[in-house]
Design a binder for this molecule. Structure first.
Ligand code: T1G
Length: 699
């Protein structure tokens, strides 16, 4: 039963019990209305309490039901709330821990509300590209006041119950319980107290006005427009709350309903809902049970105090885990610690970090020049120079000194993890933790599973990733894992586009208009063109027949490595990030074209975007076939969290699904006709061809 019913004296208690967060799925909604009818039919029952079992009152409508007929099937949430309001006996919501979305809307339909302190209260629908669709935009302004309600609805952020209870004139909470533990007893007492009170108070009957009226909402609309580029929902939240101030409750409800249904079908909302589930699905590994025992990680060691080592160390310090950093020379250690200190001090200066927190984190950091000092660490992460010989020396040393059961992790981004594991006697303890620079900022973490990596090591690092607030995605072992293997094809297309007639600025502008944070050339200037140059030299030695544009090599031969040399594809003024097109570079590209005998052609933005994005999709389909990634949504998470793919498009695979895989394959067959492109690459991966032919999707 997902809505349990019991009578305690003269009080009926309905307990939502739909783990993990009492999502208001169809069965739960049905359970509530059945229990309400039962309580109203039982003369011995004088009042009714609704509460939630486990770690939530309710996390809202069941997101997993969206898009299925169940979501709208009667009794839908509106009907359940109406049944509560129309109950002849008083209905109280006893709220604790989490009360969000439809859960809060359900509570707002009750006649009374008692909350435990510390409850996270929110209407987070806007984060799913929606707005509250069961009266939240009409009742919360009446219960809390227009401005605090609008702030909550537009931000979607949780507010603690005790803070809301302090708002002057608020009618959200009639009572605050002393604690979560005493909530049940206090709710029963409160129910007995109001059992005979009539008329039953209804939030819908409360007044709803704003002194500045339309002027306020115009101000709110302008504010929201600035922060919600590409997302329609926040602006619609303002419209719905404004409708609440126009008087008639029912009219406001129909405005909310119309907007809600329209938003439900927008690509932006589908993308955000996909991301919500994809982020959580990424932490699940098909063949590693959720209850796999984990190794305790109470102390971490990091090898290398460079940019990556320092950034990696900060993640663990931020999570309260002590870190010991090892370097070869004292001055390298001093430099690394100074950089960590500088990063924290910058956060303290911006008010993002309290001084005492900063000092506490620094107190968890220690350094050493000797491997012997690492023997008590539960996990070690090496972030040394990206060269297999160096990795071999480090892992042989780690194998010698680390205690049995310690996890040996490599931050390698391009080398073979299985080879690295073979340098030790304990390949089952070796795993890849590919952080993205800057490691203390980027949320993405590729967890590279070696052929012999133990399942409990995988379970441990996935759970640790959550603790250090990373979105972890499991990758198998291949050149470039998931993200960098895909970006190679994306970069190749960028080069071909230059050879065929584009300038770097034209390519960047087209894909930035599509929504990428940075186009391929600005991004390469930021990362350093010499990085790609070194990888190309190594990679194309192994694949001499691989076709690619030589323009990037010509650029590097001129020493134009990007922002770090003040010049790359673009010029840069010291201290500024603006990418200034450079005529010399354009001329270099033109001359290169001439040398190839290519007559430049005008290439549309649409073709630029399709070739860049579909090159990601096709390579991703191969990655899925090769078992390097276990699900398409994992690949979306990699590109959203690590490569600036626009959130409102939900990732390359979600975007391809929305375009239609048949259309993607059609476009690819056109690109394959282009003699200057790589016809072989544009043969659709068998998985992609099959899904397209069957009219199916990746996700
Ligand atoms: N529906 C279905 N499953 C949900 C869920 C929900 N609303 N919320 C969480 N889960 C699952 C989640 O997928 C994961 O499942 C597990 O619970 C733990 O989640 C009409 C239409 C509640 C603060 O947007 O913010 O109401 O991966 O890892 O860190 O107006 O989950 O274990 O299988 O996040 O403790 C509005 C979204 C819905 C709340 C708990 N509600 N959830 O955080 O656990 S739309 C939301 C959260 C709506 C009405 C509209 C958080 C949490 P699994 P978790 P957590």
């Amino acid at each position: 039963m997902t809505a349990e019913y019991k009578v305690d004296g003269a009080i009926a208690v309905i307990t939502l019990n739909n783990p993990p967060v009492n999502g208001l799925g169809l069965a739960t909604r049905q359970g509530i209305t059945d229990a309400l009818a039962k309580a109203n039919a039982d003369a011995a029952v004088k009042a009714i309490v609704i509460t939630g079992a486990g770690k939530a009152f309710s996390g809202g409508a069941d997101i997993k039901e969206f898009g299925s007929p169940k979501a709208m099937q009667e009794p839908n949430l509106l009907s359940v709330i109406l049944a509560i309001e129309n109950s002849a006996k008083p209905v109280l919501a006893a709220i604790h821990t989490v009360c969000m979305g439809g859960g809060l809307e359900l509570a707002l339909g009750c006649h009374y509300r008692i909350a435990a302190p510390g409850t996270s209260v929110a209407l987070p629908e806007v984060k799913l590209g929606l707005l509250p669709g069961a009266g939240g935009t009409q009742r919360l302004p009446r219960a809390l006041g227009v401005e605090p309600a609008l702030n909550m609805i537009v931000s979607g952020e949780p507010v603690k119950s005790e803070m809301l209870a302090l708002l002057p004139g608020q009618k959200l909470f009639d009572k605050m319980a002393a604690s979560a533990e005493s909530l049940a007893a206090e709710a029963l007492a409160f129910a007995a107290e109001v059992a005979a009170q009539r008329p039953l108070p209804l939030v819908r009957n409360l007044p709803c006005k704003h002194p500045q009226g339309d002027a306020y909402f115009q101000f709110a609309r302008n504010m929201v427009k600035g922060m919600s580029k590409n997302f329609p929902a926040p602006g619609k939240c303002v419209d719905a709350v404004q409708a609440a101030t126009k008087g008639k409750f029912e009219a406001g409800m129909s405005t909310e309903r119309e907007i809600f249904i329209n938003l439900m079908w927008t690509p932006e909302s589908k993308a955000l809902r996909h991301i919500f589930l994809a982020e959580r699905a990424a932490s699940k590994i098909p063949d590693v049970p959720a209850d796999t025992p984990q190794r305790a990680i109470d102390a971490v060691a990091v090898i290398g105090a460079g940019t990556m080592g320092g950034g990696i160390a900060m993640n663990f310090l931020n999570a309260g885990i002590p870190v010991k950093i090892l370097e070869m020379k004292q001055e390298a250690l001093d430099r690394g610690v100074a950089t960590i200190r500088k990063n924290y001090e910058a956060q303290v200066k911006k008010g993002k970090l309290k001084q005492d927190k900063y000092e506490q984190r620094m107190s968890l950091l220690s350094t050493t020049l000797s491997y012997a000092d690492l023997k008590d660490a539960d996990m070690v992460i090496e972030a040394v120079f990206e060269e297999i010989g160096v990795k071999e020396a480090v892992f042989k040393e780690l194998d010698r000194v680390m205690k049995p059961g310690a996890i040996l992790a490599s931050n390698t981004s391009t080398l073979d993890l299985n080879k690295i594991a073979s340098f030790t006697q304990r390949p089952q303890d070796v795993v890849g933790l590919h952080f993205f620079s800057p490691a203390n900022v980027m949320k993405l973490l590729e967890v590279v599973r070696g052929a012999k990596t133990a399942k409990d090591v995988m379970a441990t690092v996935m759970s640790l990733a959550k603790k250090i607030k990373k979105t972890a995605v499991v990758s198998g072992v291949c050149d470039g894992f998931i993200g960098n293997r895909m970006i190679e094809q994306y970069g190749r297309q960028g080069g071909f586009l230059l050879d065929e007639g584009c300038t770097p600025a034209q390519v960047d502008k087209a894909i930035e208009k599509f929504g990428f944070a940075m186009g391929p050339f600005r991004m390469s200037d930021l990362a350093g063109n010499d990085i790609g140059w070194a990888i190309r030299k190594r990679r194309y030695l192994e694949k001499p027949d691989m076709k690619y544009s030589k323009t990037a090599d010509l650029l590097c031969e001129k020493g134009r490595f990007g922002q770090k040399t003040g010049a790359g594809w673009y010029d840069y003024v010291p201290g500024k990030r603006d990418a200034i097109p450079n005529a010399e570079v354009v001329k270099m590209i033109e001359e290169h074209r001439k040398a190839l005998g290519i007559t430049p052609r005008k290439i549309s933005d649409e073709e630029i975007v399709q070739r860049l994005v579909y090159s990601l999709v096709n390579e991703a389909a191969h990655i899925l076939e090769d078992g390097i990634a276990s699900k398409a949504s994992d690949i979306d998470m990699v590109y959203l969290m690590g490569y600036g793919f626009p959130i409102y498009r939900g990732g390359p695979m979600n975007y391809a699904d929305q375009v239609g895989l048949f259309n993607v394959v059609q476009a690819m067959s056109r690109f394959a006709q282009n003699p200057l492109d790589d016809a072989k690459f544009w043969q659709p991966a068998p998985l992609l061809a099959r899904l397209a032919a069957e009219g199916k999707t990746f996700n």
